[in-house]
Design a protein around this ligand. Structure first.
Ligand code: 26V
Length: 748
């Protein structure tokens, strides 16, 4: 196969062709030769249902997975084409952050491990919006990712199916994308909605604005569309082979619900079995239980899907009836078992006119998992406490992971080559072997090479930033990076205040020996998230002010990169020295960016939250910079009162930083963003108490750690710390996560 692909590519005429044309021809030359591995009929398969798949650019990754990336580069070079030109091709951003990227890493690992695990998602016409800054304000443009063609997607016209709503029938047309592993090629199947104009809307946008009822209904349609297309397909395939006795369905199918968005799949499964095949309700629920697993990815209440019962009644009356019946069954069961009223209330599927998708999933599924140790513990102690007491056997943890193929081999060929030269290439097939690198922790020559690679990756990052933003990063600076969705709980705003404090200290001459430092931000804000947009503008204002201040701008620089995405991340994680992971303890379920940075040898400056805790466990707390209140303290502040104003009265530096929001230092164009941010910290706003995310509690510790890092950076000890992180990262391979899902949840 390899040989034929290479021959195909060698035969391509390159002269006079545009990058997009060449991209399509080369990709098609690959697609012509590869074939999807058919699931063995006697074997169990797992299906990963997700509203997002943030795959990123497929071109280089697929060539890497096929083991022909270098050869293709050489062939193109002979033709006078630099393979790097394909970086112009947009990546498919059918996701928004960690949840979608995790789904992409998981399907990659499953293929690599030769496991029959298949993704099911939606083929949005427009992915996550493209971001630009207009005078520092975020603006959103549509992401027309298919404008370059979609050579990796295969339309399966004859496998299209109908999804029915009360007011419409919609065609769900699959597009299959190859997920390439060494020994198999799995399918990621994305459904596209077709039919009337209204039907097409369903797969038009990822996260359509849902501030109107119409928007909410559209989102509900999307979720049902994904659920019904996927479940319908699995049931049909089962019936074709095994007939209509569904007893063995769970022996052949596992379905993993990636968060609450696809939970209607449970109701759809029960609807089909009871409605079309006469399976008794209780049996259908039992089979659903054995089939479905549910992964929770956040404890933030606003992100747990809840649907007004009225919507379901109107749009999906049969699903409404199933959920009602499930709710009644649950009520009867709780009465029979004399479950305390308080606990029962917490677990209810239907209450106050809404259906809780999380409670539906927890009630039915046989496994419920969190995505890092601490997160799974919080699910048991708080969010799903009652359910944990009721059915403890359901609850497991699977700590997230990332694919080392994209996040090390592809994005950091230099570090990968260093590893090859020290321990051989076996780690490429078995990531556990990476730990053998630990024996070089004290070897000066290896550390020196490692440090050189970091500098080189930093230069490459700087070139990329220059190309994209037209900004030159300070040469040889320490790069601190905070790149992730923009959300208050992730506390980009706290980093902004820390920078202001450092800026002030620098100006006052307090920081002798301060080494050149770059703070790199990347984030998109949800279009309607007012405060998040204010934070972006605020950071851009700080960046501008510092850049214009001759007294510090050779030492300190702030850059907010535009349109942060997977491809940008590949450059940033490889080039950064310090990974900023500073969420309020208890709120970041896991984080996966933290793992990408670690694997590429950045130290973590962060709180004891999410997977940071396990990162520190693996790499050593002494090799990272941990600060701030831990979960217990945050809980007790929440319970016993927390007064940010008392801190402000004491801490002059913090006060001055925060006052810049309202004292005229910075300008938000009269839009009220900064005043609102200020109020949210000092008096509270939109149903939150002041400083809901405890920024002022953690700010002084944060500044101290940032400055400590600045003093230590560049030393031999610091390089040792970075190295320790890189070589301790094997645990965070999504290969490990997928093995755990396969063993403990899917029983593959
Ligand atoms: C979504 C929304 C949407 C409405 C506004 C508030 C809000 C807040 C959070 C979310 C996130 C939804 C779930 C999610 O993306 N969770 C992320 O999942 C990652 C993979 O498990 C994990 O690493 C991140 O910590 C977690 O935030």
């Amino acid at each position: 196969m390899k040989e034929r692909i290479l021959k195909n590519i060698a035969a391509i005429q390159t002269a006079g062709k545009s990058t997009a044309e060449l991209y399509n021809e080369i990709s098609s030359a690959v697609m012509r030769e590869i074939s999807f591995t058919a699931p063995a009929p006697d074997q169990k398969s797992a299906y990963y249902l997700s509203i997002e798949f943030l795959i990123g650019r497929m071109f280089y990754n697929n060539l890497l997975e096929l083991g022909i990336l270098d050869e293709v580069r050489d062939i193109l070079k002979e033709k006078g084409v630099n393979a790097a030109v394909f970086e112009e091709i947009e990546d498919a951003a059918l996701g928004n952050g960690g949840l979608g990227r995790l789904a992409a890493c998981f399907v990659d690992s499953a293929a690599g491990l030769d496991l029959p695990v298949y993704g099911r998602g939606i083929r949005y016409k427009y992915g996550l919006f493209k971001q630009k800054f207009e005078n520092g304000f975020q603006e959103e443009l549509p992401d027309d990712w298919q404008s370059f063609g979609d050579p990796w997607g295969v339309r399966r016209e004859n496998e299209a199916r109908i999804v029915k709503f009360a007011d419409a029938e919609v065609r769900a047309v699959p597009y299959d994308i190859p997920i390439i592993g060494k020994n198999r090629i799995n399918t990621l199947r994305l459904y596209q909605a077709e039919g009337s104009e209204g039907a097409e809307k369903i797969s038009e946008y990822l996260y359509p604005a849902d501030d109107t009822e119409e928007g909410k209904l559209l989102r509900l349609r999307q979720e049902y569309f994904l659920s019904a297309a996927s479940v319908g397909e699995l049931v049909d395939a089962y019936v074709a082979v095994h007939g209509t006795d569904f007893s063995a369905f769970p022996a052949f199918n596992a379905v993993q619900l990636n968060d609450t968005h696809p939970v209607l799949a449970i109701a759809e499964f029960i609807r089909i079995l009871t409605g079309s095949y006469g399976v008794p309700f209780a049996k259908a629920v039992r089979l659903a239980g054995k089939t479905f697993g549910y992964t929770n990815h956040t404890i933030l209440p606003e992100a747990l899907e809840c649907w007004p019962q009225e919507y379901l009644k109107k749009l999906l009356p049969e699903i409404y009836a199933v959920l009602k019946k499930l709710d009644e069954r649950q009520r009867r069961e709780f009465r029979r078992k004399a479950v305390l009223e308080e606990d029962a209330a917490a677990m209810r599927i239907a209450k106050n006119g809404i259906f809780s998708m999380a409670n539906t999933a927890v009630y039915v599924a046989h496994r419920v998992n969190g995505v890092a140790k601490i997160h799974s513990a919080i699910l048991k102690d708080s969010l799903f406490r009652a359910a944990y007491l009721y059915t403890p056997e359901k609850f497991v943890n699977v700590t997230n992971g990332i694919t080392q193929r994209r996040w090390l081999m592809l994005c950091n060929e230099e570090l990968s080559a260093l590893i090859d030269s020290k321990i051989g290439t076996g780690w490429r097939g078995d990531i556990g072997l990476l730990s053998e690198m630990k024996k070089f922790r004290k070897e000066d020559t290896v550390l020196a090479e490692f440090a050189q690679i970091k500098s080189k990756k930093k230069e490459q990052l700087a070139e990329y930033v220059y190309r994209k933003e037209g900004i030159r990063l300070l040469p040889d600076a320490i790069v601190y990076a905070q790149v992730k969705r923009l959300h208050e709980y992730k506390r980009q705003l706290m980093t902004a205040f820390a920078i202001l404090e450092i800026y002030e200290k620098l100006k006052s001459g307090e920081l002798a020996g301060f080494k050149p430092t770059v703070f790199l931000f990347g984030a998109k804000s949800a279009p309607a998230y007012f405060r998040a947009k204010g934070i972006i503008k605020f950071i851009n204002e700080i960046a501008k002010k510092i850049a214009g201040d001759e007294s510090v701008n050779k030492k300190l620089q702030v850059v907010f990169v535009t349109d942060y995405n997977v491809s940008y991340a590949e450059k940033i994680v490889a080039g950064a020295d310090v990974s900023l992971q500073v969420s309020t303890a208890g709120l970041e379920a896991s984080g996966t960016g933290n793992m990408k940075f670690m694997m590429n040898g950045a130290v973590t400056c962060g709180t004891m939250d999410g997977a940071n805790i396990e990162i520190v466990e693996q790499a050593g707390r002494e090799n990272n910079y941990i600060f701030g209140a831990e979960v217990d303290e945050i809980d007790s502040l929440r319970r016993n009162g927390y007064d940010p104003n008392a801190i402000l009265a004491q801490d002059g530096a913090a006060r001055r930083a925060i006052e810049t929001l309202v004292d005229g230092t910075f300008d938000d164009g009269g839009r009220g963003y900064f005043r609102e941010l200020y109020d949210s910290l000092t008096v509270g706003a939109s149903w939150h108490k002041p400083d809901h995310y405890f920024i002022l509690r953690d700010l002084p510790d944060y500044v101290e750690k940032l400055l400590l890092i600045n003093r230590e950076a560049g030393t031999h000890e610091f390089t040792q710390k970075q190295f320790a992180n890189a070589v301790s990262s094997a645990y965070f391979s999504s290969d490990r996560s997928i093995r755990e899902y396969a063993e403990n949840i899917w029983e593959l």
